[in-house]
Design a protein around this ligand. Structure first.
Ligand code: DQA
Length: 146
């Protein structure tokens, strides 16, 4: 069974209350529940985690490296634009990953248009609010069953 881990970075626990114009009206639990149901229907084993800390994200990625995880879906949130440590963790475990953003980062402030991840990701999905995660999982499914 294909195993996918979903990692959400800082402040994504506040989805629903946080800048709904950028990130949508839905809470993280709701978005992850829908994603989990989609995964189950497609025969994928999916687990999701959220952390507000950079070291916490590095630990989650390192743990995935020891657990035969096939793909990672990651929204590094604010760390997208700053974190060499999280980038290095993804390179170290060498698990293919999709970078996800709820907002259209390319259409926002210049600092958000820089990502420490896009050049090493399978691909990037941005701007579809909670649906971005479903599109990322669909992209993984397409790679498994072309
Ligand atoms: C985000 C975009 C980031 O710039 C921001 O810091 C976030 C969320 C997104 O999902 O749109 O926290 O990753």
């Amino acid at each position: 069974m294909v195993k996918v881990h979903v990692f959400n970075g800082p402040n994504l626990n506040l989805l629903g209350q946080r800048e709904p114009g950028q990130y949508g009206q839905r809470g993280l639990a709701d978005i992850m529940q829908e994603l989990g149901e989609f995964a189950t229907n497609c025969g994928i084993e999916l687990e999701h985690f959220q952390t507000n800390s950079e070291g916490g994200m590095v630990d989650l990625i390192q743990d995935a490296g020891g657990q035969d995880v096939d793909y990672i879906i990651i929204n590094p949130a604010g760390y997208t634009h700053t974190s060499v440590a999280i980038r290095d963790a993804l390179l170290a475990v060498d698990i293919p990953f999709v970078e996800v953003h709820l907002s259209a980062v390319g259409a926002r402030e210049p600092f958000r248009q820089v990502s420490y991840f896009s050049d090493i990701a399978i691909g990037v999905i941005s701007g579809f609010h909670g649906e971005s995660y479903l599109l990322a999982l669909q992209a993984i499914l397409n790679r498994i069953e072309p």
